[in-house]
Design a protein around this ligand. Structure first.
Ligand code: PLP
Length: 424
């Protein structure tokens, strides 16, 4: 067999794919090593083309809550494959998933499936604008909502309240309709509503911001967002693409008891296959085509394989499993925290592993709620930690701002192996 080193594969890839990757966060940018090329995976372990295996804490950036190759999901997918994998017509599989979800989530009546979190957000924003007949969207600095034009916006450097695109290729006109506010800042939100009376269609928020580090918000802040949108005739969109089905089956909406007007899902909802979803009460959802004026469509939407993968995953997530997931995460948290303190005479003692359920993040400061509080040393602190873990056969996302994911496959056995690898 030809030896396929990560170096040779990345070289080849860079020639025919921009930057060698199909999503930038896979590129190991700024790190002194090329991306590993993962060939296969099982449970909590991934194996690269050089035959080295790693305990995986990236888990495809979240979807694999049951771990890689969960046997039940795999079997369901195999039977689904035998039936066919795309019809572009009505089929019973999405109905089964929609029925399961609407029966379990009291804050939604209807759901529509799309192919990614980005697509879900894109539709949620159009829906909110269509329902309210307003154009502006209030977004928080540090929340990620996929690569939708109007969401790749940051606070402007000039006048307060202005915004500019954080990516090339986004017209100024689009940036102007996105209002940017820091997380954890009620008064800035209020000011936006004063400055833009009757113009704000919706506030969109990650109720558990987990894409620029892990920034759990105060319950009162989320409650405030609920109240201020209601008072001003705006909608509240919870982007639960990462938190949905992870922090609880009903995500942060369930955990906080705060009911958003529109929810977006992704990641876990497809169990590792490409799925996103928009969900809300019927009065809002029925603004969507074909019965409403807000257009949305998709050739591969509600793909039968993806629907089966999602349902087979979510059906396993009962209360017992969520308890187990928390136990797994807690064991891993204790194991790594202890190692951070003691390894090589305290080489990493200033780095903390902060945790919210089965999500974690490495940072030198506790209790951060907005990105302006993140220490400037984040990346330089991260590099030696990442490299040490990688060398020991432990894989975390190759970027200081990304969170880690624990799955149900991170069992006691995996924790024992983790201990061995950490202290070896
Ligand atoms: C991952 C993520 C998205 C984007 O989903 P994709 O499937 O990558 O397009 C949007 N919002 C949040 C909160 C996410 O975590």
């Amino acid at each position: 067999m030809i030896k396929r080193t990560a170096e040779s594969l990345f070289e080849a890839s860079k020639k025919i794919v921009p930057g060698g990757v199909h999503s930038p966060v896979r590129s190991f940018k700024g790190l002194p090593v090329v991306p590993r090329f993962i060939e296969k995976a099982e449970g909590a372990t991934i194996t690269d083309t050089e035959g080295k295996n790693y305990i995986d804490f990236c888990m495809s950036f979240g979807p694999l809550i049951l771990g890689h190759q969960n046997p039940v999901v795999k079997n369901e997918l195999k039977s689904a494959l035998d039936r066919g994998w795309s019809y572009g017509a009505c089929e019973p599989y999405s109905l089964e998933l929609a029925d399961f979800l609407t029966s379990k989530l009291p804050f939604i009546d209807q759901i529509r499936f799309v192919n990614s979190g980005t697509e879900a957000v894109m539709t949620a924003l159009r829906l909110a604008r269509g329902v309210t007949k307003r154009s502006k969207i209030l977004k928080f600095n540090g929340c990620y909502h996929g690569h939708v034009d109007s969401m790749l916006i940051k606070a402007g450097s000039g006048l307060a309240g202005t915004s500019t695109a954080s990516s090339a290729g986004i017209p100024e006109g689009i940036a102007q309709d996105t209002l940017i506010v820091e997380l954890d800042d009620e008064s800035a939100v209020s000011k936006c509503f004063q400055d833009h009376t009757d113009q704000i269609a919706a506030i969109i928020v990650e109720p558990l911001p987990a894409n620029n580090g892990l920034l759990p918000q105060r319950q009162e802040f989320l409650k405030f967002l609920r109240e201020v949108t209601k008072q001003n005739g705006s909608l509240l969109i919870f982007d639960e693409v990462i938190s949905g089905f992870r922090v609880a089956f009903g995500g942060m909406a369930e955990l906080t008891g705060i009911t958003p007007d529109i929810v977006t899902y992704g990641k876990i909802i497809g169990g590792g296959l490409p799925v996103g979803a928009i969900a809300a009460k019927k009065t809002i959802m029925e603004h969507l085509a074909p019965i409403g004026p807000v257009y949305q469509a998709g050739t591969l939407s509600a793909n039968p394989l993806a629907m089966v993968g999602g349902l087979a995953t979510l059906k396993q997530m009962d209360d017992k499993q969520y308890k187990q997931l928390d136990t797994n995460a807690s064991l891993i948290h204790n194991t790594i925290s202890e190692w951070l303190l003691g390894f090589e005479k305290g080489r990493f003692k200033d780095i903390k592993m902060v945790r919210f359920g089965s999500l974690f993040w490495f940072i030198s400061k506790d209790g951060i709620r907005s990105i302006d509080q993140i220490p400037a040393s984040l990346s330089s602190d991260f590099e030696p930690l990442f490299m040490t873990l990688l060398q020991k056969g432990i894989y975390i996302a190759p970027n200081a701002w990304e969170v880690g994911f624990v799955s149900l496959a991170h069992t006691q056995e995996v924790v024992d192996e983790l201990k061995k690898r950490l202290w070896n």
